[in-house]
Ligand binder design. Structure first.
Ligand SMILES: [Zn+2]
Length: 813
């Protein structure tokens, strides 16, 4: 017997809730066509087109985002890199829950901005990512593939162009059994009918028909059943990309979209022209369609349960058909509709939000029958536990609860994101491709309900969840996670030893349940810790202890990664846990490997008192404190009224002039602070949306140039410049080991009173000299830097630490 999953939390597929949605689901059961949309990042997707196809045309629709967007910047919180990828994954799933499409990924890492598809492929590995795109095609089996970007070089970002090139290659390769033959046994081959590019809007709608092979779709159609147009719905979906600040306004009225055909059979009217999207495409499928037509006739808005007998007849007709991709897809949809039309609410709620492998979890599995068709609850099972037999006719609208104590097998893996269990290479996550492409994480624990409708039994699977009620936000529901009994974490991801002297390292251990054990810090070669093992005893869930070891670096400068090993009951684990909790996403505990980067690098500092004006959010202040600075975070009011003279330097965080409107009013005081002898260091801002034009004491205009290759050579144009000599002598070697990129939004033009002591360029491009600009102004120093210190400092890049210390010294002797 197959099972249907209904999933209120982060899983694909949906259970229609209202009678209107049930009617649309019933219509969709009769449509057997599918479209795959392909681009590179979370937010690239055209949610209006997805909504139109999925909700308006009832096509099975999916978005393949090659990456999880982990290389971007987070506008809503401190999470970066892998954690940001987790947030963006959930934002995509939240968007899909609204626009009705499904979600896929590949193993590709979003390694940051890339200027060309060639560079992108050299980092990712072209064959590997192509294999994943082919795998998605062979799994999802789309009739039509649509790219967001053109395969030519005008897509803006190398990842974008690469996504279109790979989509075209996969379009050709997926049907060829000689390509990626290791996939064929399980998935078969698949030949989509057509390939399109969802091209930009022509200058005028009148021009559209003149572009050859251009199809027009009006995605602004209004749906009275839903009470909104697909473009309006799409704005709600797009607004889920909150970590990128992509809240969108709904558009009303006609909204033409254009498809330029790139491959496959020519189409002159519609993207699915000539594709049979009825049950006629399945041998013997007419009987299913006849039952569904009957269900449509019986559908009653006031009592959807009237369609249950016809749905059961359609299900029987499906069961009589030979195994088929579409029968499997539609059976799952039908069973979701069957549960909804019956008026069933099924849930499994645990008392705790997490459980350790080997432990017991108490779960309440509840069925509420709010419809009129008779339903018998045969049994309930949770996890790998034995079913609890009920054999009970569900009463009308009275909850039937079953208590289950489930033992989670000791061998159950903890709930870490599949793609983050092992360290990635620069370009690829190290994860099984079959797991890598999946959009929604599988719920760690599920409950199964066996229900009997008339003579037919249907198994329904729901995730086991934990619920809390926040007095302001209301109910918060999260999937129960399988967590290690104890996790370990350091305050900072990097610990710096600027003088080479031993330092205490504090490790916080947190219990998921009562536990006694031992912590060991596994150090890189040459490093020592005292003591080597620290026992701990934690009395219950949520208990914490802070353990301290003294770490001594090797004599020579060194950088390495230490792992935090926790041993409980003879089991060793290396996990750190993070809480990710935003209103638009299900709250989630994310496990990442527990580790800390140790850096022994001699960094001299001059002047200790630093004021820091946070911009979009970065982790620079914590690093400065480790170097020995006393850092004060400055709020708007401090800048507008408090005395600034006490600071040896003031640092403006990344994108502060994009995100803090009141900085415009504070700018004269900041420049007066420089004139009076202070040092002001401004980190990068984007060129659009600046709150002031006067970023510095002299004219300075930002551009959009970047140096994206993090290891290109840097030329010291003025090697004896104070910021390159004091207090730390800087050489070309200080630009080794940088991460992700050199810098971004380099100034395009500046007053000659600025010194520009550095030059760098991406391969094949002209040299950029605006990455570091230094001007004496009055008695002080103003510095603008487009270099990506907000990435280098939290990564503990030695040369970047030394250079930043020089900037804070402002050329002081
Ligand atoms: Zn993008």
């Amino acid at each position: 017997m197959a099972a249907v999953a209904i999933a209120p939390v982060s899983a694909q597929g949906e259970v229609p809730a209202s009678a209107g949605e049930m009617w649309r689901s019933l219509e969709k059961l009769r449509v057997l066509g599918s479209v795959l949309y392909v681009a590179a990042h979370p937010d690239d997707e055209n949610t209006a087109l997805l909504a139109y196809l999925a909700r308006g045309r009832h096509l099975r629709t999916a978005y393949l985002s090659l990456t999880r967007g982990d290389g971007g910047q987070n506008l809503i919180g401190p999470e970066q890199a892998p954690l940001l990828g987790v947030i963006r994954t959930h934002e995509l799933l939240a968007a899909r829950a609204i626009d009705g499409a499904e979600q896929f990924f590949t193993r590709a890492v979003d390694f940051g901005y890339s200027k060309s598809a060639e560079e992108t492929f050299s980092v990712w590995g072209r064959e590997e990512v192509l294999a994943d795109v082919v795998r998605v095609l062979r799994t999802f089996k789309p009739d039509v593939v649509i790219t967001r970007f053109p395969p030519r070089g005008d897509a803006g970002h190398g990842h974008h162009t690469a996504s279109a090139i790979l989509a075209a290659e996969a379009f050709a390769a997926a049907g060829d059994p000689a390509r990626f033959p290791e996939q064929v046994k399980e998935l078969g081959t698949w030949r989509p009918r057509r390939l399109f590019w969802n091209t930009w809007r022509p200058a005028t709608d009148e021009q559209a028909p003149q572009v050859p092979r251009l199809l027009t779709l009006d995605v602004g159609v209004f749906d009275p059943v839903r009470g909104e147009s697909f473009a309006e719905l799409a704005a709600r979906a797009r607004s889920m990309h909150k970590s990128q600040g992509f809240g969108a306004a709904p558009r009303r009225g006609t909204l033409p979209n254009y498809l330029e055909q790139l491959g496959g059979e020519p189409a002159s009217r519609d993207l699915l022209e000539g594709v049979d999207t009825s049950w006629g495409r399945v041998p013997g499928g007419r009987a299913v369609d006849a039952a569904l037509v009957e269900a449509q006739k019986l559908f009653d808005l006031r009592n959807p349960a009237k369609v249950v007998p016809a749905l059961l007849a359609a299900r029987r007709a499906m069961a009589a058909l030979p195994a088929n991709h579409w029968v499997e897809v539609k059976r799952r949809e039908l069973e979701q509709l069957l549960v909804a039309a019956s008026g069933l609410w099924l849930e499994a709620v645990a008392e705790q939000r997490g459980v350790a492998p080997g432990d017991t979890l108490s779960v309440t599995a509840t069925a509420v029958h709010r419809g009129t068709a008779p339903v018998v609850l045969r049994w309930v099972a949770v996890g790998v536990g034995e079913p609890v037999v009920r054999d009970q006719l569900l009463p009308a609208n009275r909850p039937v609860a079953t208590q289950v104590a489930v033992v989670v097998a000791a061998t159950t893996p903890v709930s870490a994101p599949e793609w983050l269990r092992r360290p990635p290479t620069l370009g690829l996550y190290q994860v099984e491709p079959a797991a890598a492409i999946q959009g929604a994480p599988r719920p760690p624990l599920v409950a199964r309900f066996l229900l009997a409708f008339e003579s037919e039994e249907v198994e329904v699977v729901v995730p086991v969840v934990h619920r809390t009620v926040d007095p302001v936000r209301g109910e918060r529901v999260r999937p129960v996670a399988v967590l290690p009994p104890v996790t370990a974490a350091t305050e900072n991801g990097v610990v710096i030893f600027p003088s080479g002297a031993p330092r205490p390292l504090q490790v916080r251990v947190t219990a998921m349940r009562a536990a006694r054990g031992v912590l060991r810090v596994q150090l890189p070669p040459g490093w020592r810790s005292e003591p080597e093992a620290l026992p701990f005893s934690l009395a219950g869930a949520g208990q914490e202890a802070v353990l301290q070891v003294t770490v001594t670096p090797p004599l020579a400068p060194s950088r390495g990664v230490a792992r935090l090993e926790v041993e409980v009951d003879g089991q060793r684990s290396f996990w750190r846990s993070f809480e990710v909790d935003y209103d638009h996403l299900p709250p989630t505990t994310v496990l990442l490997p527990a580790q800390v980067t140790l850096v022994h690098e001699p960094v001299r500092i001059a002047g200790r008192r630093v004021g820091y004006v946070m911009g979009a959010g970065d982790e620079v202040p914590a690093v400065l404190r480790q170097l020995g600075y006393q850092v004060t975070l400055l709020e708007d009011a401090d800048l507008e009224s408090a005395g600034l003279e006490g600071f040896d330097a003031i640092v403006i965080g990344a994108r502060a002039y994009n995100t803090r409107p009141r900085l415009a009013a504070a700018q004269p005081r900041l420049l007066a602070y420089v004139e009076g002898g202070g040092t002001l260091v401004v980190q990068y801002n984007t060129s659009r949306g600046l709150v002031t034009d006067a970023l510095g004491p002299f004219p300075l205009t930002l551009g959009r140039d970047r140096v994206t290759v993090e290891d290109v050579p840097v030329t010291l144009l003025v090697p004896d410049h104070p910021v390159l000599t004091k207090p730390n002598p800087i050489s070309r070697a200080d630009f080794d080991g940088w991460v992700q990129e050199r810098g971004l939004y380099f100034p395009a033009s500046w007053d000659p009173r600025y010194d520009a002591p550095l030059a760098m360029q991406d391969p094949g491009e002209k040299a950029l000299t605006g990455g570091l600009l230094v001007a004496r102004y009055g008695q002080g120093t103003f510095i603008y830097t487009a270099l990506a210190f907000f990435r280098q400092l939290p990564a503990g890049v030695p040369g970047a630490l030394r250079l930043f210390a020089n900037l804070l010294a402002g050329g002081r002797p």
